[in-house]
Design a protein around this ligand. Structure first.
Ligand code: SF4
Ligand code: F3S
Length: 104
């Protein structure tokens, strides 16, 4: 599966949602998540993210992100249309530790 990781938080470019063939992106206030059980592993969303926030779960240390994505995908509404990124997104791109700082 693919999942959304730290660099989406406070950016939300949303380019990713339009290409997903199974509409498995879900939107919270500060970030998007992918439902790991709905994702069919097609990989088309990964290069669409300007923030490089979408990663395959085969990378190291991804298990906490898979759980975070699953947890919120079950609570948040689906998003299928691109929208404006968050205010100030340019300055948030690449900032580290956003999960702890902005998302709790
Ligand atoms: Fe959707 Fe494919 Fe991305 Fe999974 S890998 S979230 S199915 S576009
Ligand atoms: Fe987030 Fe990248 Fe999509 S910043 S909203 S995962 S295009």
């Amino acid at each position: 599966t693919y999942i959304v990781t730290d660099n989406c938080i406070m950016c939300k470019y949303t380019d990713c949602v339009e290409v997903c063939p199974v509409d498995c992106f879900y939107e919270g206030e500060n970030t998007l998540v992918i439902h790991p059980d709905e994702c069919i592993d097609c990989g088309v969303c990964e290069p669409e993210c300007p923030a490089d926030a979408i990663r395959p779960d085969t990378e190291p240390d991804m298990e906490p992100w898979v759980e975070m994505n699953r947890k919120y995908a079950e609570q948040w509404p689906v998003i299928t249309r691109k929208k404006e990124p968050m205010p100030g997104y340019e300055s948030m791109d690449g900032v580290t530790g956003k999960l702890e700082k902005y998302f709790s």
